[in-house]
Design a protein around this ligand. Structure first.
Ligand code: ATP
Ligand code: MG
Length: 368
């Protein structure tokens, strides 16, 4: 027993992706999930993520989540929080609203729930955070901020809703050759107030996040390169009111909102050049792991608890030194419950022996 105050005891999956029905019990500290390609290791981590944030990390729509042969899925997860067991149930039926229950009580507002069970996930696809479109970097900020602020999450929901409505309005003005300034102002006002709040939260978040990120990159991974993260937002140059007023004509002809926090980005640099252009694969991976571990640190300090850490196939492309370092880290008291996937049980067993790991469980999906 490690006495880990926050952990998952058990997960029960019904029709979650490739799972028909499966019950899995976890160890409080380290869980190694092994099995052949396609057996469902990543899907299991995704189901854990789903339990924490009530959405899939890997599937953008819930439509993709139920088993191909069925139209519903269910997740039942027993969380243990300070010796108190809490049963989380998520029920989804195609065409119906998803339902979330904690100890049988229905959760009506998502914002009130998110952050109760904090978690950080690292998957092979995450290199898109560096290589891909800006939406992914906004999602990274949002995934962190939503976990520690219900106010942020509510503002984000309002902002996205108003943005969709405002864009539809601009489109209808254009198509019908009409314009109603008063009506547009109603949307502007709501967009501006939610956008300003989002901007302030992101700015404050980055002021704390960037120094943590830099110290992890240098101290944990011995990175010697000059690294930086720069916040790129329209709102850094002018007030949102002014931006909206000045871009009115442009918005009307583009039929969408051309300025705002929905276009924010993060610029990642290595020795003053974009990481995606000049970083080697190993450097990019180190950059990424530092981003995620900094996310972990910040969540941990904001929530005053150790988030779950989900590591999907992270050892690929890392040298033996870095792998050993990660093992020492996750085995230390600094982290709470950790879930690690790998195809090879023999490699995992060797790493467990080499690093003198004692409090763990190997979950072989091929044999249970
Ligand atoms: N909605 C779904 N219904 C049924 N099967 C699905 C669904 N979504 C994904 N799958 C299947 O689940 C299987 C397991 O996928 P998963 O990514 O979890 O495997 P894995 O064990 O992580 O494999 P790898 O070692 O290659 O990473 C895949 O064959 C995938 O096609
Ligand atoms: Mg996988």
């Amino acid at each position: 027993m490690s006495g880990n105050p926050f952990h998952i005891q058990q997960i029960k999956l019904t029709n979650y992706k490739n799972y028909g029905f499966k019950v899995i019990d976890f160890a409080e500290k380290l869980n190694f999930i092994v099995g052949n390609n396609g057996i469902g290791k990543t899907n299991l981590l995704d189901a854990i993520y789903y339990s924490c944030l009530t959405k899939s990390y890997l599937s953008s729509s819930d439509l993709m989540v139920p088993n191909f042969t069925d139209s519903f899925f269910r997740i039942e997860t027993i969380f243990c929080l300070n010796n108190d067991n809490q049963l989380l149930e998520i029920k989804y039926l195609k065409q119906e609203k998803k339902e979330v229950f904690v100890n049988k009580a229905k959760i009506e507002k998502q914002a009130a729930f998110i952050g109760k069970f904090p978690c950080v996930i690292i998957t092979p696809d995450d290199n898109q955070l560096i290589l891909g479109v800006s939406e992914l970097r906004r999602k990274f900020m949002d995934a962190t901020l939503c976990q520690f602020s219900a106010e942020y999450m509510s503002s984000l929901i309002v902002y996205n809703k108003i943005l969709t409505q405002r864009n539809a309005l601009l489109k209808s003005f254009y198509e019908n050759r009409t314009f109603d300034k008063n009506l547009l102002d109603v949307y502007n006002e709501k967009l501006i107030s939610a956008g300003k709040l989002i901007f302030e939260y992101r700015k404050t978040f980055l002021a704390k996040f960037i120094p943590i990120f830099k110290s992890i990159y240098k101290q944990i991974f011995d990175g010697t390169e000059e690294i930086s993260i720069i916040y790129d937002s329209d709102l850094l140059t002018k007030d949102f009111e002014q931006l909206i007023a000045e871009s009115q004509e442009q918005d009307r002809s583009a039929q969408r909102t051309t300025k705002g926090t929905h276009l924010d980005d993060l610029i990642f640099e290595l020795n003053n050049f974009p990481v995606k252009k000049i970083g080697s694969q190993g450097q990019q991976k180190t950059f990424l792991l530092s981003l995620k571990l900094a996310q972990y640190e910040l969540l941990k300090s904001e929530k005053q608890m150790k988030p779950l850490l989900l590591l999907d196939d992270i050892f690929d492309k890392l040298d033996a030194n870095r792998i050993a370092k990660i093992f020492q880290l996750i085995n230390s008291d600094h982290f709470g419950q950790v879930f690690i996937t790998d195809t090879d049980e023999i490699t995992i067993n060797a790493l467990i022996t080499d690093n003198q790991i004692t409090n763990y469980k190997i979950i072989n999906l091929g044999s249970i």
